[in-house]
Design a protein around this ligand. Structure first.
Ligand code: PXP
Length: 238
């Protein structure tokens, strides 16, 4: 059964809608852990649109499972990551105008930069994951970059417009997991756009280590509470 990482960015998005102190992402992380999640994920964006530096520091103090910091390869952010010391960093592409992370890293095009950030983070005892599209070339380059962990972008699967397109994307994901494990990647995670309707098929893919889910869980929590939203997601994954 895959683990569940909960991305709490959108708790901070709501807080920032009023530039106030509530809801508190740290309190959200406490509830997620109490409900049984396996890790807390947050993205310290270069524009600090939701999660702030102080949130990351407070999360570091409070998180008892694992803290997975999503981040770009920007120098300043890498410095912060090394100082804060999350258990894991997930490198993602970042564009200012995007609403959310829109695609995977182009590891092939940016191999030197990514490899050097991977080794810098690893030297600070941080496990590094690369968020990539489920294609062989990106898996090969991730291995070359020395990451050891990848997260497959499930956006194409989640956004498929028909059942047959969805099934096709599921096969793409399955093959990517198999290929990555055969290439010596030791953890294959997945995320983006997963929700209560589409998570089961991905959770059933052999070899998937962890699913990282944010928007759908935080959205549901408005109606049933965060603890219940986590428990319902865990039930589906199981
Ligand atoms: N994994 C990564 C690398 C992401 O960037 C995101 C979005 O922040 C997620 C998972 C979660 O995506 P969603 O909010 O669509 O569940």
């Amino acid at each position: 059964m895959p683990k569940l990482g909960v991305n709490i960015d959108h708790v901070a998005t709501l807080r920032e809608a009023r530039k106030t102190y509530e809801p508190d992402p740290v309190e959200a992380a406490r509830i997620c852990e109490k409900a049984g999640c396996d890790s807390i994920v947050c993205h310290l964006r270069e524009d600090r649109r939701h999660i702030k530096d102080a949130d990351v520091a407070a999360l570091r103090r409070m998180v008892k499972t694992r803290l997975n910091l999503e981040m770009s390869v920007s120098k300043d952010i890498v410095e912060i990551a090394c100082k804060v010391g999350p258990e894991q960093a997930t490198l993602v592409p970042e564009r200012r105008q995007e609403v959310t992370t829109e695609g995977g890293l182009d590891v092939k095009k940016n191999l030197r930069t990514i490899a050097s950030v991977v080794s810098r983070l690893k030297a600070s005892n941080i496990d590094v994951s690369l968020f990539i599209n489920p294609v062989k070339a990106q898996i090969d380059e991730s291995v070359r970059a020395g990451a050891g962990i990848i997260e497959l972008h499930t956006g194409e699967y989640a956004n498929a417009k028909s059942e047959s397109a969805r099934r096709k994307e599921l096969v793409v994901l399955k093959r990517a997991v198999e290929y990555a494990l055969s290439r010596g990647v030791f953890e294959v995670n997945a995320g983006h756009g997963l929700n209560y309707e589409n998570v089961k098929s991905v959770a059933m893919i052999n070899g998937i280590n962890e699913l990282n889910i944010g928007h759908s869980i935080i959205a549901r929590s408005i109606f049933c509470g965060l603890g219940t939203a986590i428990e319902e997601m865990l039930e589906l994954i199981r």
